[in-house]
Design a protein around this ligand. Structure first.
Ligand code: NAP
Length: 406
């Protein structure tokens, strides 16, 4: 007989679905500091639709979208998801997971109960007209992020995903390792390989902001897998050492520079001159780190407002700045003169298409990329882990939450 609910770290026999589960939930009245925003509650296990897969979560990766969800800013995810038809007055975040297929909908045929999988967080309606007309799924009007734009993410005993989100778990990885590479790895893969002709080539210099963070770590390793030359920007010496240990050719400590944030008024000659001098000093530090005078062909952006003016300034002629986030703010300045005269490309990127997910999974399976865990935390520490991300106190690599494992 199946119990109504099981203690965290235990489960019924494979395939038996209880009525309820333990989940770390966000409620609107708790939005704010992530440390206090998540509460552990008993909630109903969701119904399984014809293309749905119920996953018994073993471990869950911690990512920045959980920070945004906990803050309720820039999007109130509960309000947004209510507009999409969700009935719950709570949100279960978590967009990275490793786990076991526990139940499947009637039309699922790519996985069977008992399969060990990792989950991609890209979701869309595969029958949407724009996809049927040939758009890539992440460019569809229906695209979103599981655990952010949908409820029932990975910070619970069971998660609800679509069949196409499931990828075979690399068998040599632990549950913890397998839970923390798909979101950052596939995002980085698309940024670096998804926008031809600006794909990684042998010997291409690539500048990577936040090299010791979740995305940056993956970007460095992917560059190395394609024989490109990553240069990482970080904010302390320990992170510099970490980036070099995972393949960065050189590093730059951004704390040695002062020109971050929005550009000065372009009509203010003195301020503009000072900004340019500091940006040139940064460019020289990059040349020193690379060991030669070649500008970056690709700049891997996600830090946003603080760094975008520098990214545009130092990107190579005909190169690309590719951005997927704005950790330091969204109001980023672009001096258009550098963009058009030097024919640079500013490219937005959001998570990943199936080819990118398969691409990073293959690199991991073939041991060309191995995820680095910064810390393994208990289920009760989900709020704390997100607070660390917000406060930039995470150690190098990715944090992981134990869910179905002790
Ligand atoms: P993370 O692990 O916290 O790493 C971010 C890194 O950014 C930090 O290690 C920090 O490194 C650096 N950083 C922080 N503030 C900075 C500033 N003012 N200037 C320059 N660098 C700064 O986060 P992550 O997982 O890599 O994610 C980074 C961003 O990308 C987040 O905003 C996230 O929401 C976004 N993202 C978007 C997608 C997507 O699909 N659109 C996917 C994943 C992530 P140092 O202090 O060492 O410089």
């Amino acid at each position: 007989m199946v119990n109504e609910i099981y203690p965290l770290g235990t489960l019924p026999a494979v395939g038996e679905v209880p009525k309820k589960m333990h989940a770390a939930v966000l409620r609107q009245e708790n939005y704010g500091h992530p440390a206090n925003a998540f509460t552990i509650e008993k909630v109903d296990i969701p119904n399984i639709g014809k293309n749905d897969v119920l996953i018994a979560v073993m471990a869950a990766g911690v990512n920045y979208d959980g920070v945004w969800a906990a803050l309720g800013n820039p999007v109130d995810v509960i309000k947004q998801n209510a507009r999409r038809g969700y009935k719950e007055d709570y949100h279960i975040a978590g967009s990275d997971a490793s786990g076991v297929v526990w139940a499947i909908g009637d039309e699922v045929n790519n996985v069977v109960i008992g399969d060990e999988v990792v989950i991609s967080c890209g979701i869309w309606d595969k029958n949407a007209k724009d996809i049927q007309d040939g758009k890539s799924p992440m460019e569809s009007e229906t695209a979103g992020i599981w655990g952010y734009d949908t409820n029932y993410g990975s910070f619970a005993q069971f998660a609800l995903v679509k069949d196409f989100q499931c990828y075979e778990k690399p068998s040599h990885l632990t549950w913890e390792q397998a839970s923390c590479f798909m979101l950052t790895g596939a995002t980085a893969f698309r940024q670096l390989m998804g926008f031809p002709p600006h794909q990684l080539h042998k010997e291409d210099p690539v500048l990577i902001w936040g090299g010791a963070g979740g995305l940056g770590e993956m970007a460095i390793k992917i560059c190395r897998a394609f024989d490109a030359v990553p240069i990482a920007v970080v904010s302390d010496q320990e992170k510099e050492e970490f980036c070099k240990s995972i393949g960065a050719k050189g590093t730059i400590n951004r704390k040695n520079f002062t020109h971050w944030g929005r550009l000065p008024n372009i009509d203010n000659g003195i301020e503009m001159k000072n900004w340019t001098l500091e940006a040139k000093r940064f460019l020289n530090a990059y040349y020193d780190a690379l060991g030669e005078k070649r500008k970056p062909r690709i700049i891997f952006e996600h830090s946003g407002q603080d760094t975008m003016p520098t990214s545009i300034f130092i990107c190579d002629t005909g190169g690309m700045v590719v951005i997927c986030g704005g950790t330091s703010g969204y109001n980023a300045d672009v001096d258009l003169r550098y963009l058009w005269v030097k024919q640079k490309r500013l490219q937005g990127s959001h998570f990943a298409n199936p080819d990118d997910c398969a691409g990073i999974n293959k690199l991991v399976k073939t041991k060309k990329v191995t995820p680095t865990i910064s810390e393994i935390l208990d289920f009760e520490q989900i709020g704390l882990s997100h607070q660390k991300l917000l406060d930039n106190k995470n150690k190098s690599g990715s944090m992981v939450i134990k869910v179905g494992i002790k």
